[in-house]
Design a protein around this ligand. Structure first.
Ligand SMILES: Nc1ncnc2c1ncn2[C@@H]1O[C@H](COP(=O)(O)OP(=O)(O)OP(=O)(O)O)[C@@H](O)[C@H]1O
Length: 329
């Protein structure tokens, strides 16, 4: 397989203005601004193959948008190198633009006062999309995204969910090889999120479009992206599948046993006691993939069991625990 996106030791530094308080401070800041450097992206490396769908995840300020901006040619890396489809995006921004689609969840690329269909038409001209390709995409994408009922309406009259669906459809009108999306589901309701996720998964599967999306929402990743790149404070924390993330971050399943009478000393092979009180005992299971039936067979207890619960930590919990363990008390 071919790597179509390669980031090698990429860093991006910004100089942020330090605001000084009071009128004199503001005046001083105007005449002789004081800045402090901030490393938004720090020595990040990864490569992405054609046809992959990758989620780029991290908390606020982790450096997600900055990375997307470097991959799309909007920003230049301070150090390291970025290659997209064999080009350095910031140096060959126009050539790069013809082969990628970009959607920024918080900034529209549609023409506010024009009917939606006119934005599509302007996109066709800007990207010199051949008539046959445009005709096919217009019919297919507007159908898949359910845009037909409001395609004649001015963009300013559309709801956020309608607009986001239209943004994504427009970004695909020129058949890009890669689709970059920065927070595509932000602010959408449950139904709109579901439409967008299903659509992106389908585009990736059926058209083979490579998808890179940034998000805070783990469900986006679970439903669209088999691969996850996790960043925090500019640095890469993890690159792999969701199941590998669980293993790597030590997320263990919790077994809760509730007994009808005092059970005494209960042991479960391959599990570590993890508290409980009264008739309830808890255990943390080793990551050996055993089923509940196998666990129950290995249970060394004579007492009567009233209830058994197995808690599989959600990925949100895994990540929350990870971040919390890094924050000093
Ligand atoms: N143009 C800029 N000038 C100065 N600092 C910037 C600039 N753009 C981003 N930063 C800083 O770089 C860091 C990373 O920002 P970035 O927008 O990439 O994070 P993010 O992970 O996308 O966050 P969010 O989830 O909140 O959108 C932040 O500390 C931000 O304040």
């Amino acid at each position: 397989m071919k790597s179509i996106i390669i980031a090698e030791n990429v860093s991006k530094k910004f100089h942020q203005r330090v605001r000084q308080s009071g009128f004199v401070g503001a005046l001083r800041g105007f005449v002789a601004p004081v800045t402090r450097p901030i490393c938004a992206v720090e020595e990040i490396s990864f490569s992405i193959q054609a046809g992959e769908a990758v989620g780029y995840l991290g908390p606020n300020g982790a450096g997600k948008s900055t990375m997307i901006k470097m991959l799309t040619g909007i920003l230049t890396p301070s150090a390291g190198s970025v290659r997209v489809l064999g080009r350095q995006p910031h140096q060959e921004r126009v050539a790069n633009a013809f082969e990628i689609g970009v959607v920024f969840g918080q900034r529209t690329q549609l023409w506010w006062d024009l009917p939606l269909v006119d934005s599509f038409e302007l996109h066709r001209r800007m990207y010199r999309v051949p008539d046959a390709v445009f005709g096919r995409n217009l019919a297919e994408l507007t159908g898949m995204m359910g845009l037909t009922t409001f395609i004649e309406r001015p963009v300013r009259q559309l709801s956020l969910g309608q607009r986001m669906r239209a943004e994504i459809a427009m970004a695909l009108m020129h058949d890009p090889k890669i689709l970059f999306l920065d927070e595509p589901t932000i602010g959408l309701d449950v139904v709109a999120k579901d439409v967008v996720r299903k659509f992106l998964a389908r585009i990736n599967r059926e058209r083979g479009t490579t998808i890179i999306l940034t998000t805070h929402d783990l469900q986006d990743i679970e439903e669209i992206c088999p691969r996850l790149i996790m960043v925090d404070e500019g640095r890469l924390l993890f690159d792999g599948s969701l199941s590998a993330l669980r293993v790597s971050f030590g997320a263990r399943r919790r077994l809760t046993l509730e007994f009808a009478g005092e059970p005494g000393d209960v042991r479960v092979s391959g599990a570590e006691p993890a508290g409980g009180e009264g008739l309830v005992r808890e255990f943390l299971l080793e990551d050996d993939g055993r089923s509940l039936v196998q666990i129950m067979t290995a249970l060394q207890a004579d007492a009567d069991l009233r209830d058994v619960r197995l808690h599989e930590p959600g990925i949100e919990e895994v990540i929350r625990n990870h971040y919390q363990s890094r924050v000093p008390a």
